[in-house]
Design a protein around this ligand. Structure first.
Ligand SMILES: [Zn+2]
Length: 336
């Protein structure tokens, strides 16, 4: 199949004229930066609230092994997380608008905030691969619990014990490190190959196995990256809208001739102290002759996948795992 070589202008024209009608999005944290969600590491960020627990490293709070032993740091972080009232951003609005114009195929999001739905995206068009805050369940027996009740316990800072087995702590349906991805991920990956245009927004595609999705993108469709930084893709060419994501999305909607509301931007407090974040938006066509992921990084993630298999609670011998293995295999054949 011949590789497609459309310019930014040509892609905009094709979307406008409805010659592109099956748009797929792969998104990450960058699209929620201006939503008012506090970031994790900044001085007043979420992590600062749980430093007293002396975790070995910040990300330990998201590990299932740690949560099983000690739920309090996560409950405390969630209290802080829930105390903010984030709003959808231009990026969320854009995806919902693509859907309203009947040109959306599907959205894969790495975010747990669910702001896509707030913007009006129907749940059946969205897979939150790292889970969500729409439901809760018992960590031990899996019994479903009401998320609002979970929030009440979080508010009181009391561990919510399962109403079924009376033993396990209740946790939200987010995916901790060391757990399998949301089932919707492998169930819907076939849609990637069916897309006639792919947007990669707010992610540098470095987290496995999410980054394996790019292997499934058909070679003859345009790929538009809207991200502050470069993204590594197995493509010789993609269109890169660089620097501020919200600016770029608004420019894109203007170029499409679409109306959009003025959406407030609430960046984390330390956001504008970084001079690199002040640059103007820029459109670039990026060439990647030799793409490769760092093999060390990738191997780490393979170990992570194997850990998943050993974890009894997380293991489910089903097609999902098989599909993941196939993806992995395909990836290994490719390179590194
Ligand atoms: Zn239980």
């Amino acid at each position: 199949m011949e590789e497609v070589n459309l310019s930014y202008k040509e892609v905009v024209e094709k979307i406008k004229n409805k010659q592109i009608n099956n748009i797929l999005f792969l998104t990450g944290a960058g699209i929620s930066t201006s939503s008012g969600i506090p970031d994790f590491r900044s001085p007043n960020g979420l992590y600062s609230k749980v430093q007293k627990y002396k975790l070995e490293y910040p990300e330990q709070i998201f590990e299932i092994k740690y949560f099983t032993k000690n739920q309090m740091p996560f409950y405390e972080m969630d209290k802080e997380f829930f105390s903010n009232k984030p709003h959808f951003t231009s990026a969320h609005y854009f995806m919902a608008e693509v859907n309203r114009r009947e040109q959306l195929l599907f959205v894969f999001s790495q975010n747990v905030d669910g702001l896509e739905l707030e913007a009006g995206l129907p749940p059946e068009k969205l897979c939150q691969v790292h889970g969500n805050y729409r439901g809760a369940r018992c960590q031990k027996c899996g019994f479903k619990h009401d998320i609002n009740k979970y929030k009440e316990f979080v508010q009181k800072q009391v561990i919510y014990k399962c109403e079924n087995c009376k033993r396990g702590p209740v946790r939200p349906n987010v995916v901790f490190f060391g757990e399998s991805l949301d089932k919707g991920f492998t169930k819907n990956t076939y849609k990637i190959a069916a897309a006639d245009c792919v947007f990669i927004m707010g992610t540098s595609m470095q987290v496995a196995p999410f980054n394996l999705t790019v292997e499934k993108i058909s070679k003859n469709v345009p790929v538009i990256v809207i991200n502050r930084d470069m993204v590594y893709l197995p493509y010789k060419k993609y269109i890169h809208l660089k620097n501020d994501i919200d600016d770029n999305i608004e420019k894109l909607m203007t170029d499409l001739g679409w109306d959009f509301p003025k959406i407030e931007r609430n960046y984390p407090s330390n956001w504008f102290t970084d001079p690199q974040k002040q640059e103007e938006t820029k459109i670039e066509e990026t060439e990647h002759e030799n793409f490769s992921y760092s093999s060390g990084y990738y191997n780490n993630n393979i170990t992570h996948l194997q850990d998943n298999q050993e974890d009894k609670e997380a293991t489910e011998k089903n097609e999902d795992q098989e599909e993941l293995n196939n993806l992995e295999k395909k990836f290994e054949d490719l390179d590194v």
